[in-house]
Design a protein around this ligand. Structure first.
Ligand code: FAD
Ligand code: NAP
Length: 477
């Protein structure tokens, strides 16, 4: 008996040693597992993808989940960038690389604030980054704004670009005169789409129903009206040049809008100088131009005060403004007693987008229309980047710079993690309970393929699917 016990003891010594080693290594494994940082990004637009790219670059073990309200990714690159600017959409190739990285998951069809709360995400992940953009538009708050054919520019863009909720936009193009209110690059896109010969749009990814309606459009004259002067115009040189050069369209400026401008153009800083020179050149040339069917009228120093009409829009009343202030760029528009009325049957309001508070717990500045943050930090493990954080200004490049900075900040603050987090496991449990169909990146690729196949038959790069139920059906097959 004793001999047996001793021999068992001898045999079990290495066994116990092995067991101890096993326990030690599983503790090591567990602590490594604990140290894996899990980050969740809300919104699959440029800010979301660029922040993810930066996180992957700065941390060798971070896991990133990108959550998106729609079943399809890329935000305004898909739904904002104009169909006749396909080269801008090449950034999607970079986003694709990020999305197919083994440390990244795309979870589409997940609406944060409705399907899951930000508070829950903060429990599941070490860091939560809000990059959900600016999904609403600013209102003028003037009488008549709800008349028929006073249209949100944001929704018009969504209509020709295939935003599911804008597919049934009630717009009447059976009118000759349209006014675009605001003079940013979105206003430029809108004016250009209305004035471009239909043949130039046919082979783009514009929705086929918008193409069909635009082909029957009677719009001949588009005025783009700004409350300030040519020196404060928000559009940029390349976009203006494109419009000026449009076939079958002449640009007509008002000479009086440029009073005093020629005298100071040489003193302006470079981008503004180039833009102003282009306007002056076009002003000089347009006097002799009488060959074109359609007209583009940029009009300055007019502030909209009322949309007029019985049911249908008939005209817009404007105050004639003058500028006050010393610094040219910051001069403000001040109304005089003079009024101008411009006849039109269609008005497109394009005075900027605004972000919304998608969840009550997000610190939000309602006045500025953006998530409250300091250089991307909101509070605790909550961050924000892109238009949700900065407000709706800037191009993809500036959004990228901002997202890289915030991605870096998150990495810096993720260095000492005290607890393990469930990541997408916790999130999936909640979504499963609610019966929400998660669309993976592979599922999106199925939708992408169908869109491209349909497009091929119509000689277009793609025919966008505009029905969420149809997207989900394709994703599930
Ligand atoms: P977004 O691109 O808006 O992405 C936000 C994402 O968050 C969206 O996918 C949205 O569906 C998602 N989301 C929203 N709410 C939720 C929620 N509750 N839960 C989950 N997800 C949510 N820049 C250029 O450089 N060139 C151009 O030609 C150009 N054209 C433009 C045209 C238009 C009409 C507009 C409006 C902008 C254009 N820009 C262009 C600017 C560019 O699109 C922006 O700089 C950029 O898209 C901002 O990126 P973002 O990720 O912050 O927002
Ligand atoms: P934006 O550039 O801010 O322009 C908004 C315009 O609306 C300005 O002319 C502004 O005039 C006017 N406005 C604001 N409030 C008004 C009011 N109450 N009454 C009358 N006019 C008012 O905005 P955006 O056009 O929506 O563009 C957003 C961003 O996307 C911009 O940075 C833009 O460059 C970018 N974008 C880029 C491209 C491109 O690169 N091709 C295309 C589209 C958009 P004030 O200046 O007087 O305020």
């Amino acid at each position: 008996m004793r001999a047996l016990c001793i021999s068992t003891m001898f045999r079990s010594l290495p066994y116990m040693e092995m067991k101890r080693n096993l326990i030690r290594s599983s503790i090591r494994l567990l602590s490594t597992e604990q140290r894996i940082p899990k980050v969740c990004i809300v919104g699959a637009g440029p800010a979301g993808f660029y922040a993810a790219q930066q996180l992957l670059k700065s941390s060798s073990d971070v896991r990133v989940d990108i959550l998106e309200k729609l079943p399809v990714p890329f935000g305004l690159v898909r739904f904002g960038v104009a169909p006749d600017h396909p080269e801008v959409k090449n950034v999607i190739n970079t986003f694709h690389k990020t999305a197919t990285n083994s440390r990244v998951q795309f979870l589409g069809n997940v609406n944060i604030g409705t399907d899951v709360t930000v508070d829950q995400l903060q429990q599941f992940y070490h860091a939560v980054l809000l990059t959900y953009g600016a999904q609403q538009d600013r209102l003028l708050d003037i009488p008549g704004e709800h008349l028929n054919n006073v249209i949100s520019g944001r929704r018009f863009v969504g209509w020709y670009n295939g935003v599911p909720s804008d597919k049934d936009l009630d717009i009447n193009l059976d009118v000759e005169e349209a006014v675009v209110l605001g003079q940013g690059n979105v206003a430029m896109d809108i004016a250009r789409i209305l004035l471009t010969p239909i043949d130039k749009l046919k082979n783009t990814d514009i929705t086929s129903f918008a193409l069909e309606r635009l082909s029957r459009s009677r719009v001949q004259r588009v005025s783009m009206v700004g409350r300030r002067g040519p020196l404060q115009a928000a559009f940029t040189t390349a976009e203006l040049r494109e419009l000026i050069k449009l076939d079958s369209c002449k640009t007509l400026w008002r000479v009086q809008d440029f009073a005093g401008v020629r005298e100071i153009v040489l003193t302006l800083a470079r981008p503004r100088k180039r833009l102003t020179e282009l306007m002056l050149k076009s002003l000089d040339e347009s006097a002799n131009d009488s060959t074109h069917a359609k007209e583009f009228h940029p009009i300055f120093l007019r502030g909209p005060i009322e949309f007029h009409g019985a049911n249908e829009l008939e005209s817009i009343r404007f105050t004639v403004n003058h500028l006050r202030g010393d610094n040219i760029q910051n001069q403000v528009a001040e109304a005089t007693d003079e009024i101008e009325v411009i006849s039109c049957g269609l008005a497109l309001r394009s005075i900027g987008y605004k972000s919304v508070q998608i969840d009550d717990t997000i610190p939000f500045d309602a006045k500025k229309g953006r998530v409250k943050n300091v250089s991307g930090k909101v509070d605790n493990n909550l961050y924000s980047a892109g238009w949700a954080a900065t407000g709706p200004v800037g191009v993809i490049l500036s959004t990228m710079t901002n997202a890289f900075q915030v991605g870096n900040l998150i990495c810096k603050e993720l260095t000492s993690l005290s607890e393990n987090k469930t990541g997408s496991d916790g999130l999936r449990k909640i979504l499963d309970c609610k019966g929400i169909q998660i669309v993976s990146y592979k599922d999106w690729e199925k939708i992408d393929r169908v869109e491209q196949e349909r497009g091929q038959q119509m000689k277009k790069p793609r025919e966008k699917i505009v029905d969420v139920a149809e997207m989900l059906k394709i994703a599930a097959n």
